[in-house]
Ligand binder design. Structure first.
Ligand SMILES: *Cc1c(COP(=O)(O)O)cnc(C)c1O
Length: 351
């Protein structure tokens, strides 16, 4: 079935310039998957759902924003787009630029981008440049270049990205009939949490759909919004949120506070444990996406989050296939047997 492009579906609700062109890969419309077993395990007495954003065309929610940012850049006559990226923005920008027939340049922190993301950017034909430095330093460089050259910046500093991304909030409300009580999501550059809050507020003003509390979760080694100061050398297995100076940090803190929620940190071990728990329900997400459930589990266990009788939505931002090394590199190697039935039976009897 041919779905309407996201920007058309929500045209009336999006503040996009009239010159914006349609550049779509049929993004959005992702499932809201019930997670009854994990909900019971957590024991908070609430219904739990995952918004499965890894099922977007390039495997992350970045596609919602990129259809808007690239469509606007194309309509304005840009010939090239540029971004700094921890990976998913790069793959998404590359795909939408390819779709639009634009050149795409991406800067990534050297050696810190998951395999599936780098391969994606290359497959879609982007010019990929590694920077020996952090994401934050790469972002500085692309901002400077976009100020001097006719190249459109498509990082989430680009306001059109947030217009596209807020559509996820609309979809959740439409699926549940109203806003959830809590929305849990990972926070890196803080564009997504800001976009969700804009979306929920807008829909509530129009339709009285209510507002969720926001639980934003950073990785403990990259938690500037929790510490209240930039982190010079952010470190975490969750590479998508390995960001020390979030571009939309202020906006994110304000959103969390206005909602009656907060931004907290989760350790790498908790994040990887949450990744395994989700996979145990058939949902494999990349490590950053597991920060949300890791934070939720800690808050519920400590009695700090009351959602009794309510609904909690986890935003699962990216697909597990993006970062296969995290799984193959942290688990014991798989056994090898001779191609003989007796060997298979013997091995299975061991367990
Ligand atoms: C980009 C990204 C994030 C962080 O989103 P921000 O808008 O930068 O806060 C989280 N998870 C995944 C998988 C991402 O690609």
């Amino acid at each position: 079935m041919t779905a309407k492009p996201l920007l058309e579906r929500y045209q009336a609700l999006l503040d996009m310039p009239a010159h914006t062109r349609s550049v779509s890969l049929q993004e959005g419309g992702t499932p809201l998957l019930p997670l009854p077993r994990l909900a019971e395990e957590l024991g908070g007495g609430f219904e739990l759902y995952a918004k499965v954003e890894g099922l977007n065309p390039t495997g992350s929610f970045k596609d919602r924003g990129m259809t808007a940012a690239v469509g606007e850049a194309l309509g304005r006559g840009a010939k090239a787009v540029i971004c700094a990226s921890t990976g998913n923005t790069a793959a998404s920008a590359a795909a939408y630029a390819a779709r639009a027939g634009l050149r795409c340049i991406v800067l990534i922190p050297e050696g810190k981008v998951a395999a599936g993301k780098l391969a994606g950017a290359l497959a879609y034909g982007a010019q990929v440049i590694q920077v020996s430095g952090s994401f934050d330093q790469a972002l500085d460089l692309v901002v400077q270049l976009s100020q001097r050259q006719p190249v459109a910046l498509v990082n989430s500093l680009n306001p059109h990205r947030l217009q596209g991304q807020k559509t996820a909030a609309f979809e959740i409300i439409e699926d549940l009939g109203r806003a959830p009580d809590w929305l849990c999501l990972p926070v890196g550059n803080a564009g997504n949490i800001s976009a969700y809050w804009m979306g929920f507020r807008q829909y509530d003003q129009l339709h009285g759909s209510g507002l969720p509390r926001l639980l934003g979760v950073q990785a403990a080694g990259a938690a500037p919004l929790v510490h209240g100061a930039p982190v010079a050398q952010p470190e975490t297995v969750a590479t998508a949120i390995r960001i020390g100076a979030p571009a939309r940090g202020e906006q994110a803190l304000k959103a969390a506070e206005e909602s009656g929620g907060r931004i907290i940190a989760a350790g790498d071990e908790e994040i990887l444990a949450a990744q395994r728990r989700l996979a145990g329900e058939g949902l494999w997400v990349e490590p950053a996406s597991a920060a949300g459930p890791a934070g939720l589990a800690a808050e519920v266990a400590a009695g700090r989050l009351d959602a009794q009788g309510g609904r909690v939505v986890l935003v699962c931002t990216g697909h597990g296939l993006k970062d296969p090394d995290i799984i193959t590199g942290t688990l014991p190697p798989t056994p090898v047997i001779p191609a003989e039935f007796a060997a298979l039976e013997a091995l299975l009897a061991e367990e």
